[in-house]
Design a protein around this ligand. Structure first.
Ligand code: SF4
Ligand code: SF4
Length: 285
């Protein structure tokens, strides 16, 4: 089973929930698709940076022009929706914003464009107890982490998988949730939290995903994210209290479900509700 964990913005507790769900599952894959700012590995393996291997480098195809064949028709420039091409006496290619769609090569009447490989980031692997930890890291200045996310998602074995998605609702989030069986939406108890929850909820509905919400940083009193769930008939599968001790442990990179049973029970309960929603009899080990 693949469970994607999303939030409409950064800082809501998405990685807290992802890491602790993976740990609570026992035998599991944890995949950090937040390739612009990956940090889940900090909970699992402090020596992670020593584990780079050459085969972990991810490349993407970018266009290269043969200026002897190019006649300046600009068909490729008109085609590129990402403004990665411009023609001023010669064709200029802005690699950083190219999304590797390959379209310019196809539309060129002179067959003046071919493709070369360019490094866009890395994928790293480590292990913590029975959790396989996969982390994608996009190179600074790159426009799209999609090739890295595709590779990450291909690495998981058949154990239950937690996908720690990028924040927001852009195309890299869509790529991350495509094959997920269930989406957990993490939301804060603020007006902004509710607004971002709505955005990400609409995204999951586009993909027709099963969805449950975890309300994080819960306090007594008003909770606009909770109101949004009630008004839209969305199941709340977990509540994590605003808790100084939890905040302290989390800020130290400690897996709270490992540290105390009271926290582990919160994540066991969330997994139980996901299992029920998916009509599965067994989840995890
Ligand atoms: S490959 Fe696609 S995104 Fe890149 S320059 Fe060509 S048309 Fe633009
Ligand atoms: S479509 Fe081909 S021939 Fe036309 S400007 Fe682009 S590279 Fe040159």
């Amino acid at each position: 089973m693949k469970i994607a964990v999303l939030s409409g913005k950064g800082g809501t507790g998405k990685t807290l929930v992802s890491v602790n769900l993976a740990y609570t599952l026992g035998k599991a894959n944890y995949i950090d698709c937040d390739v612009e700012e990956p940090n889940g590995f900090l909970f699992f393996d402090k020596d992670f940076n020593n584990q780079v291997k050459p085969e972990d480098i991810i490349t993407a195809k970018i266009p290269r022009v043969d200026e002897l064949k190019c006649d300046g028709c600009k068909k490729c420039v008109d085609f590129c929706k990402y403004n990665a091409l411009a023609y001023t006496k010669r064709l200029m290619i802005f690699q950083e914003v190219c999304h590797s769609c390959g379209g310019c090569m196809l539309v060129c009447p002179q067959k003046a464009i071919d493709e070369i490989e360019k490094e866009v980031g890395k994928v790293r692997y480590s292990r913590f107890e029975d959790v396989n930890v996969f982390t994608g890291m996009m190179k600074i200045g790159e426009a799209s982490g999609i090739p890295i996310i595709k590779r990450l998602l291909s690495l998981a074995d058949d154990k239950d998988t937690i996908i720690d998605c990028p924040p927001g609702s852009a195309c890299i989030v869509m790529e991350s949730i495509q094959d997920a069986d269930y989406c957990v939406l993490v939301a804060e108890p603020t007006k902004f939290g509710a607004h971002n929850l709505e955005l990400v909820y609409k995204l999951t509905k586009l993909f027709d995903k099963k969805v449950g919400v975890v309300l994080n940083k819960c306090l007594e009193g008003e909770n606009p994210s909770e109101d949004f769930c009630i008004n839209n008939n969305i199941e709340i599968i977990g509540r994590i209290a605003f808790d100084k001790e939890l905040g302290y442990l989390n800020s130290k990179g400690i897996i709270i479900a490992k540290e105390a049973d009271k926290y582990k029970e919160v994540f066991e309960d969330i997994l139980e509700k996901i299992r029920r929603d998916n009509d599965e009899t067994v989840i995890g080990s």
